[in-house]
Write a protein that binds this ligand. Structure first.
Ligand SMILES: *Cc1c(COP(=O)(O)O)cnc(C)c1O
Length: 354
């Protein structure tokens, strides 16, 4: 027993992903920190859960999740072979990093963005190129494509997290057309946005678009996501996935939730209306606000004390998210809640500013 560690050196060097807090012991909690939906998932799921036959848990689930993939394929007008189902979109991201990054194959993404990307890159021992976004607006720099060139995998969260802004579709298409590698467009928040990139996944052989049920479908506890890409890309990712990456319950629930488009539209509309109301109120308090196409606002109090505001709110049981660092430290990220939740936040913000 002489070795100090049996791990691959990459694993020893990396730190694990730290998910947003799921507080357990806060009285009077208002939880606006992980972009969960403030509304419940479609009520159609009640009957699904009640009628689910226990015997189905005795058998293995469909390894290919075909019923769910067929529904996704119909929605987007693609063959089933262009759809991969994931145990959350983090499962999709994991597969994509394992497939397309290595010590020889580097990764690029904007900075700031979803903080899971550098961790997945570190697991692969892949080097990372961070492309700084505009420090005021978090827009893509003009030379974005040039900065990404040479990487084998480019990640673009659109709308971006934690900033909430989107990038122009035409710019994204230009990047996809010219990039000599895989572009993963992470559309975790696309249901809250004005447009999306699904057509690019149909048009370009190097584009993967991923979606999640955790935000707009109010099913973060379920773990369901999917990706759409050209058939050879999906076929390659299928080789890497867990044989049974979606359990039987998730496949059943996911299909029913996905098919209830009216309910999705209804709760997304409520959240978008509330996003505007919350934004206007914070603007009246002189907050700096990044234009949001997601279900959260990236908001800096006057003077830029993001960390102080975060701490003040937390003492009151109002939990938002804070991202330290030069680009993000003046902001807090606030999930759009119900009007009642947001009123509580706004009252606390008013006290903070006095
Ligand atoms: C929430 C989020 C995800 C993760 O979604 P899961 O399906 O819950 O794994 C992926 N990407 C971004 C940018 C997110 O904000």
């Amino acid at each position: 027993m002489n070795k100090t560690s049996y791990f691959r050196p990459e694993i020893d060097r990396m730190s694990g992903y730290v998910p947003g807090e799921q507080p357990k012991n806060i009285a009077n909690l208002t939880k606006l920190n992980t972009n969960e939906n403030p509304y419940p998932p479609t009520p159609k799921l009640e009957a699904v859960l009640r009628d689910f036959e226990l015997d189905r848990l005795r058998r293995y689930p469909d390894p290919m999740s075909d019923a769910f993939r067929d529904a996704v394929a119909r929605r987007w007008g693609v063959p089933r072979e262009m759809v991969l189902a994931g145990n959350g979109s983090d499962d999709v991201l994991n597969l994509v990093f394992r497939a397309f990054s290595s010590p020889e194959l580097s990764v690029a993404f904007p900075e700031p963005t979803y903080s899971l990307y550098p961790i997945l890159a570190a697991m692969q021992g892949a080097s990372v190129r961070r492309i700084a976004l505009d420090p005021d607006t978090f827009a893509m720099p003009d030379d974005f494509a040039a900065q990404a060139a040479g990487a084998n995998l480019l990640l673009i969260a659109r709308p971006n997290a934690p900033t909430g802004n989107s990038f122009p579709l035409a710019r994204i298409e230009e990047v996809c057309r010219n990039f000599d590698g895989i572009v993963l467009i992470d559309e975790a928040y696309a249901d809250f946005a004005a447009d999306h990139c699904m057509e690019l996944a149909k048009k370009y052989p190097n584009v993967i678009v991923s979606r999640t049920f955790s935000k707009s479908y109010a099913l973060a506890g379920l773990r369901l996501g999917y990706a759409v890409a050209a058939e050879p890309v999906i076929a390659g990712l299928m080789k890497l996935k867990d044989s049974y990456n979606l359990d039987a319950l998730t496949q059943t629930i996911g299909l029913v939730a996905f098919e209830d488009e009216d309910y999705l539209r209804e709760i997304v509309a409520k959240i978008k209306a509330e996003r505007k109301r919350l934004r206007d109120k914070l603007a009246a308090f002189d907050f700096e606000l990044i234009a949001s196409e997601a279900n959260f606002l990236f908001a800096a109090p006057p003077g830029g004390g993001g960390e102080a505001l975060f701490g003040y709110l937390r003492e009151l049981g109002i939990v938002v998210r804070y991202f330290p660092g030069p680009a993000t430290g003046r902001f807090v990220r606030i999930t759009v809640g119900t009007p009642e939740q947001d009123d509580r936040l706004l009252a606390a913000v008013a006290d903070f500013l006095h």
